[in-house]
Design a protein around this ligand. Structure first.
Ligand code: AMP
Length: 190
C-alpha cells in the first residue's frame, strides 16, 4: 500500500507516519527529512537548499523529484511507501503519478490532516524545544502555513477527483487520529 499524508507544517504528519510505518510495515519517505539530511551531511545540494528551507520557501520540484525517485525505484520499498510532505504542489502530484506509473505502482489513499494556524503555531513552538529546527520560529511557521494554503488547494482537488482523499480532524489527540487512520486503512485493505 502507498499512502500520501498531507497537511500544513505541524499537522502531525511525521508522528502519524511513524505510527503507520510500524503498524503496517511501510516506509516513511519524508522529503523534509531527506532535505535536512543533505544539509546536515554538508553535501553540495545541502548548501544549495539550506537558505531556501530556513526561509520557509519550497525547494524546487526538480530537486525533490530526484530525491523521491531514488526511493520509488528501490524494489525494497515497492508499494510500501508513506509519502510525508510530498507532493506539496500540483506539479509534484502529477510527477508522483508519473513516477509511480513508471515503476508500476499507485497511490491507495491520501490522508489529509486539517489543523488551524493557531494550532500550527503552538505545535511548532513546542517542537522547536525538542528538535531545534532552524525553520521552526513563529514567523517562519506562519510563512510555511501561508505557502501551504496557497499550493495545497489544487493538490487536494486533484486527489478529491480521483476519490483518494480522506480528511481527518488533525486537532484531535494523537491516539484518536491513530484510530481514525487505522480504520481508513483497514477499510481499503478489505
Ligand atoms: P517539512 O519537514 O515537511 O516541514 O519540510 C521542511 C521544508 O523542507 C519545507 O518548508 C520546504 O522548504 C522543504 N520541503 C520539504 N518537502 C518539500 C517538497 N515536497 N517540495 C518542496 N520543498 C519541500
Amino acid at each position: 500500500m502507498n499512502i500520501v499524508i498531507f497537511g500544513p507544517p505541524g499537522a502531525g504528519k511525521g508522528t502519524q507516519s511513524k505510527f503507520i510505518e510500524n503498524k503496517y510495515n511501510l516506509h516513511q519517505l519524508s522529503t523534509g527529512d531527506l532535505l535536512r539530511n543533505e544539509i546536515k551531511n554538508r553535501t553540495k545540494l545541502g548548501a544549495e537548499i539550506s537558505s531556501i528551507i530556513n526561509s520557509g520557501e519550497l525547494v524546487s520540484d526538480e530537486i525533490v523529484g530526484k530525491l523521491i525517485e531514488k526511493f520509488i525505484s528501490n524494489d525494497n520499498y515497492k508499494q510500501k511507501i508513506i509519502f510525508d510532505g510530498y507532493p506539496r504542489t500540483i506539479n509534484q502530484a502529477k510527477n508522483l503519478d508519473d513516477l509511480l506509473k513508471k515503476y508500476d505502482q499507485n497511490i491507495d489513499i491520501v490522508l489529509k490532516l486539517s489543523v488551524s494556524l493557531e494550532t500550527v503555531k503552538k505545535r511548532i513552538l513546542e517542537r522547536k524545544t525538542q528538535e531545534k529546527r532552524d525553520d521552526d520560529s513563529e514567523e517562519i511557521a506562519i510563512k510555511r502555513f501561508k505557502n501551504y494554503e496557497k499550493s495545497s488547494k489544487p493538490v487536494l482537488d486533484y486527489y478529491r477527483q480521483s476519490n483518494l482523499l480522506k480528511v481527518i480532524n488533525g486537532e484531535a489527540s494523537i491516539s484518536e487520529i491513530n484510530i481514525e487512520i487505522s480504520g481508513l486503512i483497514e477499510a481499503i485493505k478489505g
